[in-house]
Design a protein around this ligand. Structure first.
Ligand code: AR6
Length: 168
């Protein structure tokens, strides 16, 4: 089941087994949803992230969730949008696919994403929403029993509307 929620991903953590972080390649925290996740999880999250030695754009890495009410955080690094000719679409799709592969391997059944790359990384939200929804739907078509529920938790109404449009 695919779902959209308007709100804060760290609050939605209580309803899922894992939340996805829109991180940067250092995995050492930052602004946006990354900053909110690190604040809510507490300093142990950064300590675990330090042992992972970063993450490439389009890849995903798993940690525990510490003070967050879910079990895991999956950190993925979206592409910085640079006009659209630097494989940004392909790299954003890879974020979703690699996150889903890691979640499935871990046995996570309920997963919440933010809108990866559409904040600080400036990926156009309508295009990002289309890529996000298409990539997740394609994965579920191949692996129909892998997940119970996948949702996007969207922080503002414009972003929510873009995902709503992409889901239709
Ligand atoms: N819950 C849900 N969504 C949120 C929250 C929240 N608490 N806070 C922000 N958003 P961004 P990116 C939305 O910038 O574009 C960080 O510094 C936000 O409004 O968090 O992938 C990292 O360390 C937007 O719609 O992630 C990287 O350096 C969406 O989440 C860089 O930003 C993504 O915005 C990654 O940039």
């Amino acid at each position: 089941m695919l779902k959209l929620v308007l709100g804060d991903l760290t609050k939605e953590a209580a309803n899922v087994e894992a939340i996805v972080n829109a991180a940067n390649p250092t995995l050492l925290g930052g602004g946006g949803v990354d900053g909110a996740i690190h604040r809510a999880a507490g300093p142990e999250l950064k300590a675990e992230c330090q042992k992972l030695h970063g993450c490439a754009v389009g890849e995903a890495k798993l940690t525990k969730a510490y003070a967050l009410p879910c079990n895991y955080v999956i950190h993925t690094v979206g592409p910085r949008f640079q006009g659209g000719h630097k494989r940004e679409a392909e790299l954003l799709a890879a974020c979703y696919t690699n996150t889903l592969i890691l979640a499935q391997q871990t046995g996570i059944k309920r997963l919440a994403f933010p809108s990866i790359a559409t904040g600080v990384y400036r990926f156009p939200v309508e295009l990002a929403a289309k890529i996000a929804v298409t990539t997740v739907k394609n994965y579920l078509a191949q692996e129909p029993t892998a997940f119970e529920m996948i949702e996007w938790v969207l922080f503002d109404e414009d972003t929510y509307r873009a995902y709503e449009k992409a889901l239709k």
